[in-house]
Design a protein around this ligand. Structure first.
Ligand code: NAD
Length: 294
């Protein structure tokens, strides 16, 4: 693969190790973050525009859609025609589509490519990318996805990557809550947690939340529950994603009552019940302390 000139905007927990992996693979990476963060092997640019100048690809890894829109408004005019903007943040579908429209007016390719795999996946280059955009823009970016991740699925046109991400995480939020409340009920029925796991993980109650990321400490494979519920995937990040899925459901007139209830439970957990900073599977100790009507 030839060596590219790459701009990387947003060197936070995820962006910094992703940019470092691109640099370690031999690409010329210029990074910018207003917080002054840096990444190994990455040249520091003085502004978003400077990171974009002459770049073949510009990656963004930002907190939300409003920030993506404002960064794209700065970055796109500074990019050369024929270059590709790849947004890996988790944002609303409308923001991804708006940035795509702006990019295509300027003759710039766009891919929305949110990730799963968390900070460990970013550092280890084992992320999964869910991508939306034209065939050409996806094909151009594929080799760079391969450096930062183990898998990239082309889900459809612009916005399809974000749609896949928020639908997947709505399932995850709902199944995690169901798994946690079932363990708490099993406790009160006097059922041993290991027995509960042995049955549910091999029966129709199985799911990623039960089998791979079991919320009960000492049961199933190693998970944040075995480490005092240190994230992992923080409850507030799950809340962000459930907010995005409800926003999308409202915009698309979709009926998502379980997603709505999951958002309301995570809101309560994060804002009123000390859930902030804990893994999203810490819903289990939350349910343990509650009764039927509390
Ligand atoms: P983070 O807060 O650590 O990083 C975001 C970075 O963006 C910060 O360093 C911030 O200074 C920078 N930033 C803010 N405004 C900016 C601007 N105007 N211009 C340039 N940079 C700006 O967040 P993170 O954990 O790296 O997550 C980034 C994105 O990835 C989010 O959308 C998040 O939902 C998503 N995500 C995170 C995880 C995870 O486990 N952390 C997993 C999957 C997806």
């Amino acid at each position: 693969m030839s060596s590219f000139k790459i701009g990387f905007i947003g060197l936070g927990n995820m962006g910094a190790p992703m940019a470092a992996n691109l640099a370690a693979a031999g690409h010329d990476v210029a990074g910018f973050d207003p917080a002054g963060t840096t990444a190994k092997g990455v040249t520091v640019a003085a502004s978003a525009e400077a990171a974009c100048a002459d770049a073949d690809f510009v990656f963004t890894m930002l907190p939300n859609g409003a920030i993506l829109r404002s960064v794209a408004a700065q970055a796109l005019p500074a990019m050369k025609k024929g270059a590709t903007l790849v947004d890996c943040s988790t944002v609303d579908v409308d923001s991804a589509r708006a940035v795509d429209a702006q990019a295509s007016e300027l003759g710039i390719g766009f891919v929305d490519a949110p990730v799963s795999g968390g900070i460990g996946g970013a550092a280890g280059g084992t992320l999964t990318f869910m991508a939306g955009g034209s065939d050409a823009a996806f094909a151009a970016t594929q080799g760079l996805f391969d450096i930062m991740g183990q898998k990239a699925v082309h889900c459809g046109q612009a916005g399809a990557g974000q749609a896949a991400k928020i639908c997947n995480n709505m399932i995850l939020g709902v199944t995690m809550i169901a798994t946690c409340e079932a363990f708490a009920l099993a406790d009160k029925l006097g059922l041993d947690r290991q027995k509960m796991f042995d049955v549910a993980s091999t029966s129709s109650g199985s799911s990623w939340s039960m089998n791979t990321y079991c919320p009960a400490p000492g049961v199933g494979p190693q998970s944040p529950a075995d480490n005092g519920y240190t994230p992992g995937f923080a409850a507030e990040l799950m809340l962000k994603d459930l907010g995005l899925s409800q926003q999308a459901a409202e915009a698309a007139d979709a009926d998502t009552p379980m997603g709505a209830l999951a958002r309301s439970l995570y809101t309560q957990f994060v804002e009123n019940e000390d859930g902030r900073g804990k893994d999203f599977s810490a819903m289990l100790p939350r349910f343990e302390t509650r009764g039927h009507n509390s």
